[in-house]
Design a binder for this molecule. Structure first.
Ligand SMILES: Cc1cc2nc3c(=O)[nH]c(=O)nc-3n(C[C@H](O)[C@H](O)[C@H](O)COP(=O)(O)OP(=O)(O)OC[C@H]3O[C@@H](n4cnc5c(N)ncnc54)[C@H](O)[C@@H]3O)c2cc1C
Length: 329
């Protein structure tokens, strides 16, 4: 992981050298940190607060920046554009919000040593290609992750408590031919916990807007999103699929949860302003010098974690912008 981080950091530094820090502004503190580290940018040439304290882009765009890159994450990039009076507002701004809802399955009595609690994080493996498409008439993908850490969480963690109760129930139901302690241990160690990130379809009625602006200047988001209609079908098919492949195990749908960690859509990429906010080079429609570099530009979501795709977009944007920045000296 750290080798990968170094590669990305070096690549950013190379791109930043291409800018020569001549008139390009970055709204995202993290991006600025990376570049500052490798390319010796002077601090006063990076706008960390995009609105110069005013909370909007108008001041920065009015003559200060040749190129302006908004990279404030999938939610805040959109909010920043929404609250900036001088920024044009395409019809799709704030629409097509997507997040990855999760279906969680417990698989008991698998007959294998599932090593619950093994590994240093809750996520010790991924199983992707199986679920590129749930069914011919259900063209959404699912990304499965093995959550072997859940059963080692402390009491009060939702999935841990549900599963532990199931394990105890099964141990008691198995009778007393074997001591209870041993039955619990055997069932516990052969329990698998999987979660599935479900691909959301872009839907214009799923929106992101500003609920209120706090005294600190922070915009508080308001999200309107519903589980897609096909979600229940995904649960049913998934449970059936796993049960067919593990006929002796007991497969149980533990629950479905919305998540708030992959924020996608709301300033989506499109060929025309009619159905998106940025073009394929991430340039804001109708503004020469404004670019958006966030997962908010994703026009669709897949079910995969988004950050590597965003990193690829960042490198591509660097290539796009670097030649356009004139030499300072
Ligand atoms: C709990 C969790 C787990 C995750 N796990 C994964 C995973 O396993 N794999 C994966 O691919 N992705 C994962 N993600 C998603 C990943 O973190 C995001 O996709 C990624 O960080 C997005 O990068 P970004 O640069 O757009 O935004 P960020 O990394 O959020 O950076 C945006 C920056 O902009 C700053 N900022 C915001 N507003 C302003 C402003 N007005 N002015 C100046 N600066 C501003 C913020 O302070 C922040 O530093 C996870 C996210 C969470 C929360």
């Amino acid at each position: 992981m750290s080798a990968h981080h170094d590669v990305v950091r070096r690549e950013f530094a190379r791109q930043a050298d291409g800018f020569g820090h001549r008139g390009s502004f970055f709204a995202a503190a993290s991006t600025a940190d990376w570049i500052d580290d490798g390319a010796r940018l002077a601090a006063d040439e990076i706008v960390l607060d995009a609105g110069g304290g005013a909370g909007d882009l108008s001041r920065a765009l009015a003559g200060r920046a040749r190129q302006f890159v908004v990279a404030c994450n999938g939610v805040d990039s959109c909010l920043l554009l929404q609250r900036s009076p001088d920024v044009p507002k395409p019809a799709s701004l704030g629409k097509y919000f997507m997040d990855h809802s999760i279906i969680q399955l417990g698989i008991y009595d698998t007959g294998i040593d599932a090593k619950p609690g093994y590994g240093d994080s809750a996520q010790t493996g991924m199983l992707v290609p199986f679920f590129e498409q749930v069914a011919p008439e259900l063209p959404v993908s699912m990304l499965a992750e093995i959550q072997s850490g859940s059963l080692s969480e402390v009491g009060g963690a939702l999935m841990r408590d549900i599963m532990l109760r199931d394990v105890l129930e099964q141990a008691v139901a198995a009778g007393d031919a074997v001591p209870l302690r041993r039955r619990v241990r055997e069932i516990w160690r052969s329990t698998l916990d999987l979660w599935f990130l479900v691909e959301p379809q872009p839907d214009p009625s799923h929106t992101l807007s500003i609920d209120r602006i706090e005294a600190s200047g922070q915009a508080i988001p308001k999200v309107a999103i519903e589980y897609p209609a096909y979600f229940a079908d995904c649960v049913e098919r998934l449970t059936g699929f796993v049960q067919r492949h593990a006929p002796r195990a007991r497969v149980k749908h533990l629950g479905s949860i919305p998540t708030a960690f992959h924020w996608l859509g709301t300033t989506r990429m499109s060929t025309s302003p009619a159905d998106g906010c940025v073009d394929s080079a991430l340039r804001y429609h109708d503004l020469e010098n404004l670019y958006v570099l966030s997962t908010s530009v994703f026009p669709s979501a897949s079910s995969a974690n988004p950050t590597l795709t965003l990193a690829a977009l960042a490198l591509r944007l660097g290539d796009h912008l670097a030649p356009a920045v004139p030499a300072r000296h």
